[in-house]
Design a protein around this ligand. Sequence first.
Ligand SMILES: Nc1ncnc2c1ncn2[C@@H]1O[C@H](COP(=O)(O)OP(=O)(O)O)[C@@H](O)[C@H]1O
Ligand SMILES: [Mg+2]
Length: 344
Amino acid sequence: MIKISNLNKHFYQGNNCFKALENINLHIKPQDIFGIIGFSGAGKSTLVRCLNLLERPDEGSSIIVDNDELLSLNEKQLREKRSKIGFIFQHFNLMPSRNVLDNVLFPLAYKGIKKSQRVKKALDLLELVGLSSKANNYVHELSGGQKQRVAIARALANDPKILLCDEATSALDPNSTHEILELLKTLNQKLKLTIVLITHELAVVKQICNKVAVMEHGQVVECADVFDVFANPSSKAAISFINKSSNLNKIDKLLAKSHLLNLQENDVLVRLLYTDKGISEPLISNISHKFNLIMNILYADIELINNSPVGGTVGVLSGKQEDIRSAIAYLKAKNVKVEELLHG
Ligand SMILES: Nc1ncnc2c1ncn2[C@@H]1O[C@H](COP(=O)(O)OP(=O)(O)O)[C@@H](O)[C@H]1O
Ligand SMILES: [Mg+2]
């Protein structure tokens, strides 16, 4: 659906040339919910703005959207193409002086469609986003989540194949965020919509994306299935995002006060990370039985991503030294990453 090759974009800030995007290559398939995550200033918004040429990339870049090279379209073709690419933003960008229905009708004006048909289309869209009852309300009478629903309905008015979302939930509270993301997921399935979702929040990617690209300093530093990035992050940026959201690193603070852990002779403090998609056996229970040891769990953080568990456990293994060695070998053979943090 979208193929980005050798995408570069520089800005001039005074006499200084600043590279906002550097040699980006991405392949987004039909019906992907493709996350692009990065810290502020990474270049995410610039990238997504290039996807409909709101921002013109440098010479030599290529952006193919649904079989058309955007950079070789003329004005008229580009206008037509843009109408097939919906866009929603953090701050909704609705017209405050118009009611909800008029906001959704706006992109349908001048399309040569009869008024009655336009109204029907807009009402259908409002129903699709769960906002039929607010058609006659003004924008300022809506909550943030409702405003974003209006913006989504408006973005879908021309039946786009692609929806670009730039921090679409960043101004919303956690409940509204959850609802908007679930709505996007429903639309992705119902309308076979390809979604590109820009965010600085890992939770957003976890909730709905199947693929994710991690950006840092204008570059894509990692790109894979969401599960794989969580289970085996390779870039500094991805590791930093994951560490911030996991509680498995709380143990690092405790290690500085290791006397509080009160480890006995032979005890081993371990951090286990589950990286295998297929894992379903009760590992900790199994090693306790098989090797006659105890694992005292201090922290655990396990989540389901695309229906597979990922995360880990921190705890103290107590038992005979050779049994602990065997248990650790057993875990490693099951593709569990085992870090021995401290020995008693
Ligand atoms: N129009 C512009 N002129 C100059 N610099 C820009 C412009 N737009 C973005 N930048 C710079 O490009 C970098 C990436 O910005 P942006 O794409 O907005 O990042 P993000 O969305 O990841 O926070 C920032 O350093 C920003 O200052
Ligand atoms: Mg941005």
